[in-house]
Design a protein around this ligand. Structure first.
Ligand SMILES: *Cc1c(COP(=O)(O)O)cnc(C)c1O
Length: 394
């Protein structure tokens, strides 16, 4: 199988590392990005020649060299669901394990298999751990996951059920990340934290490739993305640049809008202050667990993508998030995750401010199925022996 990878490159300094070698961060302690011979890719691949299931149809843009190393659980092209005029939701909850983390972890696990790694470990707010557990089980690799103690119960259970060792930690995700880093030598695991290995982001990149194909090799005007570690946003931006470079996309790229919760908004604060890095957000708290990331190692890449695209960063509070989720479910029949609902709440605020115009085609990302989160309790009941006055059901 042909791959077009040339090398790995430090996203900060440009320092190069050989492809096909086991790597975490660069010597500057920054993320590594996979670089491709895009000229050769353009000559070898045609838009109408893509084939295969789900995101594996973009294998030419991915680093896996041997087809037998692809790890698959039946990935699908996720649908775009219209919920208003010029307003679409890309529903990533349809992927295996119910979240878009499947994209990144499928790639990370495939590359781990290719590079002969045996034991993978990561910190997780839930969805990434579940995807790692599933894909590692599928590939016959060991997985260990450290989660904040208050991670949604369903996530902890699904990690455990899918064969990984799962531990609760009395801290936040960056505290969990420190444990993974510190235990590397003694436990012998490979650190697959967000952006601390080069391949999860290549999986996330497929969101951008897929979106471009779904829009007939063009793109919407605005993308609204719930931002935690930021791999999705960075990955899509990388996809758009690569597609532009090979000539599959022409014209303006979308404005990228990073959405966070007011209880944890380090990227929004850094965007507003005009700085390149986002200091840690203390006492992070939000119902949107997937975006409760107090410090992101790819902060500068998120901020660059948002700024280069002419986008913005905005925080919404938990009340607005839950109200948007409930309204979308009741009125549209689409149950968003709280993170997805945050993008809807942000969209409404930006529309009200005039920052997004009604004629602009906008895509919101629902990164996980709403079924993974605590939902409203049902309290109404009926006594079968004495149902009472049926008029009350009218
Ligand atoms: C992980 C996650 C996010 C944040 O994604 P990043 O690309 O890491 O910023 C958003 N929503 C959900 C549901 C997630 O699981």
């Amino acid at each position: 199988m042909q791959t077009f990878v040339t090398h790995l490159e430090c996203a900060m300094t440009g320092e190069r590392f050989a492809a096909g070698t086991v790597q975490n961060l660069s010597s500057a302690g920054k993320p590594l990005l996979v670089r491709y011979d895009l000229g050769a890719l353009r000559r070898a691949v045609r838009k109408d020649g893509l084939g295969g299931e789900g995101f594996w149809r973009y294998a030419a843009f991915l680093p896996v060299t041997r087809a037998e190393n692809r790890v698959s659980l039946g990935e699908v092209m996720t649908p775009l669901i219209e919920i208003g005029p010029n307003l679409l939701v890309k529903d990533e909850g349809r992927l295996p394990t119910g979240s878009f983390k499947a994209r990144g972890l499928a790639l990370a696990v495939a590359m781990a298999k290719e590079l002969g790694l045996r034991h993978l470990a990561m910190p997780s707010n839930g969805n990434a751990g579940a995807a790692l557990a599933a894909y590692a089980a599928r590939a016959g690799l060991r997985a260990t996951v450290f989660c904040p103690a208050d991670t949604p119960e369903i996530n902890l259970s699904e990690i455990e059920a899918q064969g990984a060792a799962c531990y609760r930690v009395n801290g936040l995700i960056d505290d969990c990340g420190k444990l993974v880093g510190a235990g590397k030598a003694a436990a012998g695991w490979f650190d697959v934290s967000t952006l601390k290995e080069p391949y999860r982001i290549e999986g996330k990149k497929t969101m951008g490739l897929e979106l471009a194909e779904q829009f007939g090799w063009s793109l919407p005007d605005v993308i609204v993305y719930p931002t935690g570690g930021g791999t999705g946003l960075i990955g899509m931006w990388k996809a758009f640049r690569e597609l532009t470079e090979i000539g599959w996309l022409t014209g303006r790229l979308p404005r990228m809008i990073a959405v966070q919760a007011t209880g944890c908004a380090p990227i929004v604060r850094a965007f507003e202050e005009g700085v390149e890095h986002a200091p840690r957000w203390e006492n992070a708290a939000t119902v949107a667990a997937g975006i409760r990331v107090p410090a992101a190692i790819g902060d500068f890449l998120i901020l660059r993508a948002v700024r280069e695209s002419g986008g913005t960063a905005i925080a919404v509070d938990d009340a607005a998030i839950l109200a948007a989720r409930d309204r979308c479910a009741r009125e549209q029949g689409l149950l968003l995750s709280p993170e997805g609902a945050a993008t809807l709440a942000a969209y409404e605020q930006l529309r009200a401010q005039g920052a997004i115009r009604p004629e602009e085609r906008t895509v919101l990302f629902n990164c996980a199925t709403g079924l993974k989160y605590p939902l409203p309790q049902v309290t109404a009941s009926v006594d079968r022996a004495a149902p009472g006055d049926f008029a009350r059901f009218a």
